[in-house]
Design a protein around this ligand. Sequence first.
Ligand SMILES: [Zn+2]
Length: 84
Amino acid sequence: MNQKCPVCSGELRKDIIKEDIWIDGKLLVIDNLTAKVCVHCGESIVDYNTMQKIENLIDKFKHNMIRATEFIAYEIDATAPVSA
Ligand SMILES: [Zn+2]
């Protein structure tokens, strides 16, 4: 399991990342994702399991069924004006 970075062949380290995904004009943020991050160029790679979980969350998000489970997933209303 000594995977190399697909971009620069750099060393990958296990890390916790945050994914920002735009869906139908809304921003879904999934925090606390385990991924491998290249120490060289910063490219992040999620494994198949994590990918499945992300897809599951996206599906729930589209159906307004999002629930925080092991991830800190939340929605930012990008259309709302920023107020103090
Ligand atoms: Zn890299």
